[in-house]
Write a protein that binds this ligand. Structure first.
Ligand SMILES: CC(=O)N[C@H]1[C@@H](OP(=O)(O)OP(=O)(O)OC[C@H]2O[C@@H](n3ccc(=O)[nH]c3=O)[C@H](O)[C@@H]2O)O[C@H](CO)[C@@H](O)[C@@H]1O
Ligand SMILES: C=C(OP(=O)(O)O)C(=O)O
Length: 440
């Protein structure tokens, strides 16, 4: 078992590099299915467990996948005959593998995908994805824990999403690229990752208009081909390092971060008294010892991102006074707070809101991550806690952060990642060696 051990104290200083966005690359990987000729060649690909898993799903579907970790690149060739089934083994591990469904329907005319379950942060239904496919003319059936969608030829339609779901927008947009006629999708998600996906689809020969606004229009084309693309920077990783700089009273340049993508977070940091400024090669964040309390409410982009909520709660707990935080996107995304309580955090939850009582003198403790951003939040609290904090369940962290502890250590944090089992194996091996040398 691996653990991160962090000793609180040092103010972070220096420059940190950000990877390509997990939430952009995953649907773009799935989009490779749409290319019946040529290769889709991606650069700025983060080495994350979710990215590896999506590569496995695509290989299973008979897409040829070549990943180069050193070059941070991956190439997909989907020109062969493709299979249409994404089994439970994958979908249960990563909900985002659902986004193969739209591309499969469009390219193969059939998709059989294991029904995704909920996860720690919420029940996460997929009704909007399915309604969209049905509107495009697909027949949807559910058997033995699988969703089966089929259509000889998808046909353009007008679709209104009840909620601007990121995954549903991506799935429907991809399905519509090869549909006959025009599809109008209203009340869509407007996240930067949607824009990145639309850019790739257009490079592949699709005709997608309006990504980044509330309405997307897709004019169907007959076929799509490969292309080259560099994945957009990860605004959530960038935001996490912004909070790390702010929380420790540090001075950090987040290289190549796009401030436009992090406006809602930056606006809250400024309100708290943190200095944030655009520089030629990124965004600089300079902390303050006098953090002011703020009110934060998550909502779909361009609102405050739910994926920054757990990290933000740690910063709010450091402010001089009571802050409030309301989670409107997921129904169960306060799990990290119970762990933070073990580190001395004081708060009161009422429904979807929490009153966070600052300032907090965090104490080091043994804590366990419950999900991806909870893992990051616990490490952040450890950066300012008295003594040592040990964070376990790092499989969650690895879904979305690459070399997180190394990047923090390079900024001056006293942090280490240890493999307890490897240490135990080493101790046993050493003992065995000394026993055998005593016997000789
Ligand atoms: C891989 C990826 O990009 N993940 C992101 C994506 O997840 P994901 O695409 O799953 O998130 P959605 O935007 O779809 O979900 C938002 C809300 O809508 C609900 N909903 C969604 C679909 C549906 O058919 N029915 C329904 O009720 C969900 O339960 C949730 O409460 O957007 C989330 C919201 O910004 C982020 O937290 C995730 O990091
Ligand atoms: C919730 C997240 O991701 P996913 O939708 O992949 O679970 C996240 O990135 O914080």
């Amino acid at each position: 078992m691996e653990k991160i051990i962090v000793h609180g104290g040092p103010a972070l200083k220096g420059t940190v590099e950000i990877e390509g966005a997990k939430n952009a690359v995953l649907p773009i990987q799935a989009a490779s299915i749409l290319a019946s000729s040529g290769k889709l060649a991606l650069t700025n690909v983060p080495a994350l467990s979710d990215v590896f898993l999506m590569n496995k799903v695509l290989s299973f579907l008979n897409v040829d996948v070549a990943f180069d970790r050193d070059k941070k690149s991956v190439t997909f060739d989907a020109s062969r005959h493709l299979s249409s089934e994404a089994p439970f083994e994958y979908v249960s591990k990563m909900r985002a593998s659902m986004v193969v469904m739209g591309p499969l329907l469009a390219r193969v005319g059939r998709a059989r995908v294991a029904m995704p379950g909920g996860c720690a942060i919420g029940s996460r239904p997929i009704d909007l994805h399915l309604k969209g496919f049905e509107a495009l003319g697909a027949t949807i059936e559910q058997h033995d824990g699988y969703i089966e969608a089929s259509a000889d030829q998808l046909t353009g339609a007008n679709i209104y999403l009840d909620f601007p779901s990121v995954g549903a927008t991506e799935n429907i947009m991809m399905a519509a690229t090869l549909a006959k006629g025009t599809t109008l999708i209203e009340n869509v998600a407007r996240e930067p990752e949607i824009v990145d996906l639309a850019n790739v689809l257009n490079k592949m020969g699709a005709r997608v208009f309006g990504a980044g606004t509330e309405t997307i229009r897709v004019e169907g084309v007959a076929t799509l081909h490969g292309c080259e693309h560099s994945v957009v920077q990860d605004r959530i990783e960038a935001g996490t390092f912004m909070v790390a700089a702010a929380i420790t009273g540090g001075n950090v340049l987040i290289k190549d971060a796009i401030s436009e993508h992090n406006k809602p977070l930056i606006s809250k940091l400024l309100e708290m008294g943190v200095q944030v400024r655009d520089e030629v090669d990124g965004v600089r964040v300079i902390g303050t010892s006098q953090l002011k309390p703020v009110t934060v409410k998550t909502s779909p982009h361009p609102g405050f991102p739910t994926d920054m909520q757990p990290q933000m709660s740690v910063l709010q707990l450091m402010a001089n006074g009571t802050s409030t935080l309301t989670e409107t996107v997921f129904e169960n995304r306060f799990n990290h707070l119970d762990e933070l309580r073990r580190m001395n955090a004081r708060f009161t939850i009422e429904g979807r809101s929490v009153a966070l009582q600052g300032p907090t003198a965090f104490n080091g403790a043994e804590v366990a991550a419950t999900d991806l951003r909870a893992a990051a939040a616990l490490v952040l609290a450890g950066l300012v806690a008295n003594g040592y904090t040990t964070v376990t369940n790092l499989q969650y962290l690895d879904r979305g952060y690459c070399d997180f502890h190394d990047k923090l250590a390079a900024l001056g944090a006293e942090i280490e990642r240890v493999d307890i089992d490897a240490d135990v194996r080493q101790i046993i091996a050493k003992r065995q060696k000394s026993v055998s040398s005593n016997l000789n």
